[in-house]
Design a protein around this ligand. Structure first.
Ligand code: SAM
Ligand code: GLN
Length: 335
């Protein structure tokens, strides 16, 4: 039982460490390993080791750790000292209103990306469509797609990723959040493997955008642990914008929206890409919470296009999504 005081193997007379002591010692070790948030990290890891919520720790600073709890916490702290991200140690990360399972096969969803979701929700709210259809290119953990589905009960979302392993993580997140009815997953390289005939009300992507040179300069926490395929982009970081921006209009309903996350110093280059395509209007940039340009969003220029060709007809969509579920389309294997 916790709180007995003396713990450990027979003959071990060391006093059990308390929550407050464990936090102090853990945070000091983590700080020495260059974490930017040592105290918070220690709290999250200790709560996990004790099977408590973080706020429960503050109510019980004198609670003693038993031997297993202390060992678990020490193991977590050792991993953190090697700069493994807290989200990978815990196996989960909060993102907007949801919590996502994450492992080192997927990018850890970033706070910046919450701004991208917000922009999408605003644009969706402005559409006069009963059940908007959304495409999330490079869905990874499923963060963007799942947050949109969780916060807008009308949307249907398709998440794609070229790599099968992230899709397995995404699939588990879809199930855990009970969003199977409104979210599908497809394996695919940007637009290349999508069932033809689909038309989306909104396409969103947080594509890889880090140049190989910039990748080498990233913190060990990112560079040493997160998947390169989620981060690295050729063509000066522009690789994916140069594919997505020109191709998206063909996959959007007239007046549909494209929203992409960008590196903070790339706004001008990405906007230039949108303008060059000549198919967009209402091009806009949104800053993230740190005040850095983070999202470019634009509307497909509907002028001259008859609304009657707008959405994929319902039957084609259902068939495509059924195929996706039954594996007739190239989908990542289950499990
Ligand atoms: N959407 C997630 C998020 O915002 O947290 C993950 C974004 S991560 C920056 C980019 C994702 O794009 C990764 O999951 C990666 O596997 C995927 N990806 C890389 N190349 C791709 C391609 N050619 N087609 C589709 N997805 C790709
Ligand atoms: N924001 C990520 C970083 O920490 C990059 C994400 C991306 O490439 N889309 O560098």
């Amino acid at each position: 039982m916790a709180g007995d005081g003396v713990k450990g193997a027979a003959g071990d007379t060391r006093r059990a460490v308390t929550v407050a002591e464990a936090l102090r010692a853990g945070a000091a070790k983590i700080e020495a390993a260059h974490s930017q948030s040592p105290r918070l990290d220690a709290e999250l890891l200790l709560a996990e080791a004790l099977g408590l919520r973080r706020e429960d720790l503050f109510a019980a600073p004198e609670r003693a750790l038993d031997r297993d709890e202390a060992a678990r916490f020490e193991a977590f702290v050792r991993r953190r000292q090697k700069q493994e991200p807290v989200a990978y140690i815990l196996g989960r990360r909060a993102f907007r209103t949801i919590e996502l399972e994450v492992d080192d096969d997927v990018l850890i969803p970033r706070p910046e990306t919450e701004t991208l979701v917000e922009v999408c929700l605003e644009r969706l709210a402005g559409l006069d469509v009963a059940e908007p259809l959304v495409l999330d290119i490079g869905t990874g953990s499923g963060a963007i797609a799942l947050a949109l589905a969780a916060e807008n009960p009308a949307v249907r979302v398709i998440g794609t990723d070229v790599h099968p392993v992230p899709l397995d993580v995404a699939r588990r997140n879809v199930r855990a959040l009970g969003l199977e009815d409104r979210m599908s997953l497809l394996a695919g390289d940007v637009f290349d493997d999508l069932p033809p005939g689909l038309r989306f009300d909104l396409i969103v992507s947080n594509p890889p955008y880090v140049t190989p040179e910039a990748l080498r300069r990233l913190r060990v926490e990112v560079r040493g642990f997160e998947p390169y395929v989620a981060l690295r982009a050729g063509d000066g970081g522009m690789e994916f914008y140069r594919r997505i921006v020109p191709q998206a209009p063909a996959w959007l309903v007239p007046g549909g929206w494209l929203a992409v996350e960008i590196a903070e110093h790339k706004a001008v280059e990405v906007i230039t890409e949108f303008v060059a395509v000549g198919r967009y209007e209402q091009i806009d940039v949104r800053d993230d919470l740190g005040g850095l340009p983070r999202v470019v969003v634009a509307r497909e220029r509907a002028a001259g296009v008859a609304p009657s060709v707008s959405r994929a007809d319902a039957a084609a969509l259902e068939a495509a999504l059924d195929d996706a579920h039954t594996g007739a389309r190239p989908v990542a294997p289950d499990g």
